[in-house]
Design a protein around this ligand. Structure first.
Ligand code: 3MF
Ligand code: MG
Length: 347
């Protein structure tokens, strides 16, 4: 039996999907968005991650008053089901105005669109009852370095962060770094970049990060070290736990599925830091296999949550005295063997 903990878990509606990828058709029928909310609680999830148009579909074609009305209703529906909206993120990568990025586009009208949409996202977050927006800077980057003035792009990103902080004096901005995909060279590829942007802003206490395991791996970094870095600066707004098998397309595998030991180290860093005690969620960003039959598929969400809790048991039964002895003796061979045996349950 896994440890019962007070951790709260979240995922986003996009984690239950039709299974399409760029090289094939949808393999599962669409499962209505509104029916997804009922799946959260029975699986042990309390938090919902949102994009702006997950909360308010068709937001481009309705008035601001209608957007606010819909967001308020969704907030009420969530509260009635005992669910919490963790964050709302502007989906800045499907509009024709953001093909070459929004905040960092060379086009002034594209940048204006991105800013408008970000203000709406803050409004939606407020109306639905969330204190944070997430900026995953999907298309802010380039395919060839000569395409944009990178220094100017970073200045524009800082300007944007400051504009959001002024627009709403209470909202938090959580930046989700990712080094590539869909762009080749993404701006803000690592936690370090996000934290630097936070400190450069006019109110750094409201600018944090979301660290996704796979994004760190794609940057060639260890996810638990990225988390430790953010935690040491009190800047871990949330996590998107998942896994990634090397430097390939963004896989969003189940947490622990590619590298159990790295997953153990993420849980270790989080639990040791008391992550979650200030209401932070253990967020997942996982996808089931394209080949998986059925609809809706939720097995990957259940599996990743269960894996987290099993690893939490491993973290809490990890013999810290022994670890300390091995560290003092600088006997990392012994430390490694003990750690692997502990994970395998071997004597
Ligand atoms: C892409 C992601 C995104 C973000 C989401 C919320 C679609 O690799 O991880 O998922 O998590 O946009 O910010
Ligand atoms: Mg993510």
């Amino acid at each position: 039996m896994a440890t019962q903990s007070s951790y709260r878990f979240s995922f986003g509606p996009w984690n239950i999907s039709e299974g399409a990828d760029p090289f094939g058709p949808e393999v599962r029928p669409a499962f209505p968005h509104e029916s997804k909310y009922a799946l959260f609680k029975p699986m042990g999830f309390d938090g919902v991650q949102f994009h702006d148009d997950d909360v308010v579909p068709d937001l481009a074609n309705i008035s601001h008053a209608q957007i606010m009305d819909k967001a308020t209703k969704v907030g009420l529906m969530l509260r009635n089901q005992g669910l919490v909206p963790e964050f709302v993120a502007p989906r800045l990568w499907f509009a024709e105005q953001t093909v070459d990025g929004g905040y960092t586009s060379n086009s002034a009208s594209d940048r204006a669109y991105a800013w408008e949409r970000t203000q709406r996202t803050v409004d939606i977050a407020r109306a639905v009852g969330s204190k944070a927006i997430v900026l995953w800077l999907a298309r802010e980057g380039s395919y060839i370095r000569e395409a944009k003035d990178a220094r100017l792009a970073y200045q524009r990103l800082l300007e944007l962060v400051n504009k959001v902080l002024s627009y709403d004096k209470g909202i938090e901005i959580w930046i989700e770094p990712k080094p590539n995909e869909p762009t080749d060279l993404a701006y803000v590829p690592t936690t370090g970049h996000a934290v630097a942007l936070a400190y450069a802003s006019q109110d750094h206490t409201r600018v944090k990060t979301v660290i996704e395991s796979a994004h760190a791996i794609l940057a060639g970094l260890d996810p638990s070290d990225e988390m430790a870095f953010a935690l040491s600066h009190n800047k871990l707004g949330s996590v998107h736990l998942n896994d990634q098998n090397g430097l390939k397309y963004d896989q969003d595998k189940n947490f622990g599925a590619a590298n159990l030991r790295a997953a153990f180290n993420q849980v270790l860093v989080l639990d040791d830091a008391g992550y979650g005690k200030n209401g932070e969620f253990v967020g997942l960003d996982v996808k089931t296999f394209r080949t998986q039959k059925g609809s809706p598929i939720t097995a990957h969400l259940k599996a990743s949550r269960e894996l987290f809790l099993i690893l939490l048991d491993k973290v809490r039964s990890y013999d810290r005295k022994l670890v300390e002895q091995y560290r003092e003796a600088r006997d990392y061979e012994a430390l490694e063997l003990y750690t692997l045996k502990h994970l395998l349950g071997a004597k």
